[in-house]
Design a protein around this ligand. Structure first.
Ligand code: C5P
Ligand code: MG
Length: 161
């Protein structure tokens, strides 16, 4: 098979006294996201998209949140690991598309730094990494400012040697 596609989704609770880290970039904000690791919801969704494309389970299988090694961990570690698995399987990432759904703060000024950080982590060109932002129109837990979500798609193509 020459092309594989993976889907990732994640959700983290908003919490005071935590950092808001998206795609490895810390966004200035009076609240952040709660989680066992650094709670980088975008990095987690992209990691799951890569694992999904390879049919290798999900992030919790590879990095259990019961394992103290991953407490407070930089989630780019998970992403880098998944990118390594892509290479080991004989594929390369053609592109990543993603969406972060967060009511506030406005994230669009952070789009390029986030894309650059993800591209560097995945060893891609920045034009292979898309990051989009949506509010939830003040509806539901995301809209009420209780949580943040992220979705991602990854397309892999067979690497030519
Ligand atoms: O959710 P909505 O369609 O109203 O978002 C409009 C635009 O606002 C988005 O296309 C995105 O560029 C920007 N946005 C943002 N930060 C958010 C949510 C949306 O920059 N947290
Ligand atoms: Mg997560």
């Amino acid at each position: 098979m020459d092309i594989r596609i993976g889907l990732g989704w994640d959700n983290h609770r908003i919490a005071a006294g935590r950092l808001l880290i998206l795609g490895g970039v810390t966004v200035p904000c009076e609240f952040g996201l709660d989680g066992h690791s650094d709670a980088d919801v975008l990095a987690h969704a992209i990691t799951d998209a890569l694992l999904g494309a390879l049919a290798l389970g999900d992030i919790g299988l590879h990095f259990p949140d019961s394992d103290p090694r991953w407490k407070g961990c930089d989630s780019l570690v998970f992403l880098r690991h998944a990118a390594g698995l892509v290479r080991e399987a004989g594929y390369r990432i053609a592109n990543i598309d993603s969406t972060v759904i967060l009511q506030r703060p406005k994230l669009k000024d952070y789009r390029l730094p986030i894309r650059e950080k993800l591209a560097e982590t995945l060893e891609l060109d920045v034009n292979q990494v898309s990051v989009k932002f949506k509010t939830a129109e003040q509806v539901g837990p995301v809209g009420e400012g209780l949580s943040a979500e992220a979705q991602a798609l990854a397309t892999l193509v067979r690497a030519t040697t």
